[in-house]
Design a protein around this ligand. Structure first.
Ligand code: ADP
Length: 408
């Protein structure tokens, strides 16, 4: 277990209740008490939300606190007066805030129910906990976060991109189901929390490449124009940070290569329109583009050549698989489906878990996260099961192994 070195910066992300008080007021009321709390507490969990102990009149204002340090914090942190603290106060926007901005349904011009993009105001309640629950090799998420923060800081300072290359463009590539899309969303949520002082609002616009090219090739041109004019409206206000996520960007490249043959001319226009528009908005200093791809080698898109970071996201290794399993088992324990037992100290269960993790090598995070449900189905169909009775950890691990064997 590693501990925080004395000189690190500790980021304290404080989620406050959505009351009528502004964030500035909340900060004035809470920061001194929170500082006292984190400085005097021992063994605080790193990157796990906690409820701080605060004076009575202050605690109803705080929903939770998450500590993260600049250097790799290990599992626990012991802040002290040597540390620099940076407090980030934030409120969550409710789910669906802004949703439908780009929803083209029901507009009466024949392109009903095509949703070209989703728009979410961040930090959003639907993305809470996403960052902490994505498990990668140590330092990977932090590297991406630092990259994005540095790139935004350069653009805030109007650093000349002819002198220093910085396109605020990030590409995550790797096998399907490895959490690339989730990581992009989690990263934008994190940015929204960490950049409150620079941007009044952070928007996530998720472009659904598939729906652009699905059935409505001939209508897509209109969709693209409308979509980008909405994005341009957001970008025009420099108080906004606009994160544009293009999922499975290879479908744009694929559409382009397919066009050379017999595809309709409209398709060509649509793809070119998307690429030109992306090139245009990319130059705006308050835009960050995040793209994901399952096939990075085959993408041939001019705008991606300028990606500042191309990060490979691979299948989880053994330690990550174990952590993912542990997080799922802990969730089932905390929700009262499994009996509460300590995974670290029970040798038999630890052995079962190690065995399960080894068998799961080569599976994606997405597949792993589906196993508990399959295992529970196995268990409920067995004769051992009695409704309302908590399942023992070892029984459930056996059911997980069975579910895994069936999957394999
Ligand atoms: P991709 O975009 O790579 O296809 P997604 O972001 O759609 O993957 O991820 C699918 C699901 O798998 C998500 O619910 C995510 O939580 C889970 N997942 C994938 N990889 C991991 C990981 N390394 N750690 C935790 N969860 C993961």
């Amino acid at each position: 277990m590693s501990f925080l070195s004395n000189s690190s910066t500790v980021h304290v992300e404080v989620r406050v209740k959505c009351l009528n008080l502004g964030l500035g007021d909340m900060r004035d009321r809470l920061e001194p008490a929170l500082k006292t709390y984190v400085q005097s507490a021992r063994n605080l969990p790193h990157n796990v939300p906690l409820i701080p102990t605060l004076p009575e009149e202050k605690s109803p204002l705080v929903e939770n606190v998450l500590l993260e340090c600049d250097s790799d914090g290990g599992q626990q942190i012991n802040p002290s007066s040597h540390n620099k603290f940076r407090f980030h106060f934030y409120k969550l926007h409710p789910t669906n805030a802004g949703a439908g901005l780009f929803d083209e349904s029901g507009n009466g011009d024949g392109i009903d129910s095509v949703i070209a993009a989703h728009h979410v105001l961040l930090p959003a309640s639907q993305f809470e906990g996403l960052w902490e629950n994505l498990i990668y090799e140590s330092g990977l998420k932090e590297k991406l976060l630092k990259f994005a923060l540095s790139a935004l800081s350069f653009s805030q300072h109007q650093v000349d991109t002819n002198v220093i290359a910085c396109n605020r463009l990030l590409l995550l590539h790797g096998p399907p189901g490895t959490g690339k899309t989730s990581l992009c969303k989690a990263l934008t949520q994190k940015l929204a929390i960490r950049t409150q002082e620079s941007y009044a609002y952070t928007h996530l616009v998720e472009i659904n490449s598939h729906s652009l090219f699905s059935k409505w090739f001939s209508e897509s041109g209109k969709l693209v124009a409308r979509l980008f004019s909405k994005i341009a409206e957001l970008v025009a206000d420099r108080n906004n940070l606009v994160c544009v996520l293009i999922d499975e960007v290879e479908s744009l490249a694929y559409a382009r290569s397919a066009m050379s043959s017999n595809e309709p001319r409209d398709a060509m226009r649509v793809v070119n329109a998307v690429l030109t528009q992306l090139d245009d908005i990319k130059t705006c200093s308050n835009v960050l583009i995040l793209a994901t791809s399952n096939l990075a080698q085959t993408i041939d898109l001019a705008f991606l050549d300028r990606a500042d970071i191309r990060q490979y996201i691979g299948l989880p290794g053994l330690p990550a698989i174990r952590s993912i399993y542990k997080s799922m088992l802990n969730e089932l324990m905390s929700k009262g489906i499994l009996q509460r037992e300590d995974l670290e100290t029970e040798d038999a269960e630890e052995g079962l878990l190690s065995n399960l993790a080894e068998m799961s090598s080569g599976l994606s995070g997405r597949t792993l996260r589906k196993l508990p449900l399959l295992a529970h189905t196995q268990y409920t169909s067995s004769q051992l099961y009695e409704e309302n009775e908590k399942i023992s950890l070892s029984d459930f691990l056996d059911a997980m192994r069975l579910a895994l064997e069936q999957h394999l």
